[in-house]
Design a protein around this ligand. Sequence first.
Ligand code: PMP
Length: 334
Amino acid sequence: MDYADSILDLIGNTPLVRLNSVTDGIEATVLAKLEYLNPGGSVKDRIAAKLVEEAERSGQLAPGGTIVEPTSGNTGVGLALVAQQRGYGMVCVTPDKVGEEKRDVLRAYGASVAVVSTSVAPDSPESYYGVSDALAEAIPGAFKPDQFNNPAAPQAHYESTGPEIWRDTDGLVTHFVAGAGTGGTVTGTGRYLKEVSASRDGGPVRIVVSDPQGSVYSGGAGQPYFVEGVGEDMWPANYDPSVPDEVVAVTDAEAFAMTRRLAREEGLLVGGSSGMAVVGALRIARDLPADAVVVVLLPDSGRGYLGKVFNDSWMAERGFEVREGEQVPFVPGV
Ligand code: PMP
């Protein structure tokens, strides 16, 4: 019989698929790594498992313990999944601007959800970080993973994402492209790929960050943008700027148009940060020869964004173009 012992054993080992339509005119092979096929639906399952494993090893988490993290998105889902399976409590602190549906996902996995107001000052005890600190103090046996600073997060990618890409491309990968939020993905995966390819003919794997325009990683000052989960207005400890060889700035309009194309042309229903990553990958791939192999990481599913990038009114209200021909034609009588 072929089965996994638990859902946690199904984290990672995500497949690569070649992009065939959006790559029109490009000679290089562009392969997408599908992180939405992780059990919790995103790349963040990988770090959730590692953050908990390391906390158990160091004694920061013990039986009866509770994980407390200010997160409403993919990291919350990953941690809720791992906490449940390992027998810990999970409290996610979420800002009130986050949609109820995201909180419902966390509750469905058994997590408790604290809601904080976004209209208070960041240093107030009632803020996002203030409340999560207070809860971590008040709950006996509480552990705060701190995904922006905890070295276990990039380590998860160094030990899993990087080796998987190297293995699945038979060591032929020439470029790795990803977005950076906390920086864990690009730091850990990029570090591994550079090390393992350091002495091969043709040089090491080139690491490229695809970044929302306005984010500090691509030289912005933290101006706002709509793509979620990527870019920063500060420099987190888990982003090692010595790893990327290149950072490409991508606008919301480019990222969203590509996100919609990935669903319609490649059958990949993925989030806006995936579209953004692919825009960066194609910009690099355009100038590469036929034997180049570009791997681009797609962090999560498009299901969480049906009311945003995939909603024509939401797009139009924010001034993003919805292309002619993307609309379903009106068929009388149907
Ligand atoms: N895309 C999405 C949708 C995310 O939630 C995240 C995590 N913030 C990322 C990309 C970036 O990953 P990392 O934090 O490892 O840089």
